[in-house]
Every structure is written in C-alpha cells, then in structure tokens.
Ligand binder design. Structure first.
Ligand SMILES: Cc1ncc(COP(=O)(O)O)c(C=O)c1O
Length: 376
C-alpha cells in the first residue's frame, strides 16, 4: 500500500447527508445550498457567501463582479497554484507578479508598492499552504492606494491571524473544496463578501445571468453555469461542522513531522508564525540552498520508488510555458520564488495519517538525503 499524498476524510455522517439529498427532489438550487452558504458565512464572519462549483470559478466571478477586465492589472504572487493568475487572465486583465517573502512564502508586501500603476485595479494575495502571515499588511497597502483585494484563501480554511480568520480580509475572498483541501465537497468553491451588490452579482453570474426574481429563461447579463449542486452542499455542510476536529487532526500530523524532522540542517520545516493559527493544508519541507533542482527531483523520485507519494508544490507560475510565452517572463525575474520552487517537497499529509506512517516517511526522507547530500 502506498502512503498517499492526500486523502479525504468522509464519515457515515457525510454519506447519510448525501443520500438524504438523493432521496429528495432537490438536487440543485435546493435548501442545502442556502444552508451551506449561511453556515459558511457565519464560520468566517462575513455577511454573504456564494457557493460555486470550484475555487477557480469563484476567483473568476470575483473579478467580473468587481468590474476587472481588459486594460486592468492585478498584482499577485508567482508562488501559487496556477488558477490565482489564470483567473485574472480569464477576465481579460494582466497578472503582475511580485516576488515572495522567503519565510512565509506569501507575496512580499514590501515589494508591492513599486508595482502599482495607474491601471492597477486589485491585489490578489494567496495564503499559500494555509499560512496567513502578511495578509493584514497587504490589505493596508490596498486601502492606501484605493485598490480592491481578492483574497485567494483556497488553501487556508480555518487559518487566522491575530484571531481574525482568513477569508475575512478581502473585498471578496474565495475558498476551494477539492478533495485535498481541509474540507471537501468533491469539487466546489465559496465566494465571501460583506457587499450585497457584489454577492448578488455573483449569484446571477453563477446562474446564467438570471435576475433574482425573473423567470428561468430570463437572462439579464452574460452568465455561466457555475452552480454547486445540493449533493455537494450536503457534503460540505457536514464537513464544515467537523472543521475543529479536522484542524486538530491536521495539527497533530504537522507536530509529528516537526518533531521527527527537527535538527537537520538540510531541511527547513514549516512552523506556525507568531500570532498565526495555521489550519494545515499541506506539509511542505524545503531543502537547503546547496541542493540543486536535479537533486530535489532525485529525492522526489526515490520517495515515489518507495511508494511514498510526494509533490513539488509549486513550480513558478511565471515560468509556465504559456505564461512565459505570453508575457516574456524568464528565469531570474523572481529570484526568491525560483529558489524556493527548486527546493520544495510536499510530504504525505491528511487527517488520518498515522504516526507510524509519518515515521516511515521521515526515515525514508533522511536515508535519501544521506545518499544524495550527506549531513555535515
Ligand atoms: C491557491 C489556489 N487558488 C485557486 C485554486 C483553485 O481551486 P479549484 O481547484 O477548486 O478550482 C486552488 C486549488 O488548489 C489553490 O490552491
């Protein structure tokens, strides 16, 4: 049996909730949709929540609701999942990258202001790997320059900084529920905002541009089908009700890794920054600077050969071939990001990963490092 990179945590309660929807006539646009949105808005502490069929859809609709389009620039990070940047492009706007902080791995707030121009409309910060550090600073800069914030909280459900939950910072904030996330709906996403007009616009855009009280075949704007079915919402309601249990399980797994990988100069192991509560999404260690990309990839290969699933989160977004071709980005443009990207190893990480499995992963990782770059 391999040790998996991620696994969902589905109990009988989720199965029963999904089956109850299947026994009802309300498979979509039913009561579970409203219930999931209400519970989610309450959990984060926002006025409105709009469920959609993916985090990508949520980011894209946030752009449209804010009127971001051709000719606009949106500042974001090159160290993220590609959808943070591609959704800016889907709206017809230009992603402008700012390098990252080498510790939090989030956008470096100190470098943002030099990239703000007359056409900058918004900043799209990401709480990468669920680390909320710096989001408050980004919002202050946006406020000073009268810019919107689209908070990409897709990886960070349950994280908080100074007691304020992520998803409560942006003009609009977005979560994602793919099965590797803290909670899953199979596929799904959620948009949050305190602005009724923005929320109402997203409700219309996700449902073919229909108006609130018009008929099924009356469309007042160009819209999409980004609806989340009640089957997905029923799963999400139960998962969300378990968030504290889920957070605690993940904190325990992170602690085992931190203990078992401590005191090895070849590794940087993630920890919780001051004033931050991390709701762990993944557990990504980094190799020391004297490892090359080729050596890192050798480590990944050796782990996979031992049936331990690992990941290389993330390759730099600006160097994805289609990005480099479209915008002319090249190696060396964002040195901190590029140096981090060549060093990351995402280790198996999920709620029910056992201590003995964490021990197997750590032992294999150390053996592999000893072979590739012996400890000094
Ligand atoms: C930072 C970030 N943004 C956006 C997304 C997109 O979410 P989805 O896969 O639900 O479209 C993800 C998903 O992994 C993500 O990690």
């Amino acid at each position: 049996m391999p040790i998996y990179l991620c696994r969902p945590d589905i109990t009988e309660k989720e199965i029963e909730a999904v089956c109850a929807v299947l026994r009802s006539p309300d498979l979509s646009l039913g009561p579970r949709l409203a219930e999931f949105e209400k519970a989610f808005a309450k959990y984060i502490g926002r006025k409105r929540a709009v469920a959609v069929n993916s985090g990508t859809s949520g980011l894209f609709l946030s752009m449209l609701a804010l009127g971001i389009g051709p000719g606009d620039e949106v500042i974001t990070t090159p160290f993220t999942f590609v959808a943070s940047a591609t959704t800016i492009m889907m709206a017809g706007a230009i992603p402008v990258f700012v390098d990252i902080d080498p510790v939090s791995l989030n956008i470096d707030a100190a470098k943002i202001e030099s990239k703000i121009t007359g056409t900058t409309k918004a900043i799209l910060p990401v709480e990468v790997f669920a680390n909320p550090a710096g989001i408050d600073k980004v919002c202050k800069i946006a406020q000073r320059h009268n810019l919107e914030v689209i908070e990409d909280s897709c990886e960070a459900l349950g994280s908080a900084i100074n007691g304020k939950k992520v998803g409560a910072f942006g003009t609009m904030s977005v979560f994602a529920f793919y099965p590797n996330k803290q909670i899953t709906t199979g596929e799904g996403g959620m948009i949050l905002t305190d602005n009724d007009d923005l929320a109402d616009m997203c409700v219309s855009l996700r449902n073919q541009g229909r108006a609130k009280d018009s008929g099924w075949l009356s469309h007042e704007r160009l819209g999409y089908n980004f609806r989340l079915s009640d089957i997905n919402c029923a799963l999400g309601i139960v998962q969300l009700s378990r968030i504290e249990e889920i957070k605690a399980k993940r904190k325990q797994v992170a602690k085992w890794y931190q203990e078992m990988l401590a005191n090895d100069d070849r590794l940087t192991v993630p920890t919780e920054p001051d004033n931050c509560d991390i709701s762990w999404f993944v557990f990504v260690v980094r190799l020391a600077d004297d490892f090359t990309l080729q050596q890192r990839d050798k480590v990944l290969g050796a782990m996979k050969d031992a049936s331990i699933q690992v990941g290389n989160y993330f390759p730099p977004v600006h160097l994805q071939p289609f990005m480099a071709e479209r915008f002319g980005y090249k190696q060396g443009d964002f040195p901190v990001t590029e140096s981090v990207c060549k060093s990351t190893i995402a280790l198996p990480f999920y709620n029910n990963l056992r201590k003995d499995e964490v021990a197997i992963v750590c032992k294999k990782l150390k053996e592999t490092l000893n072979r590739i770059l012996p400890a000094v």
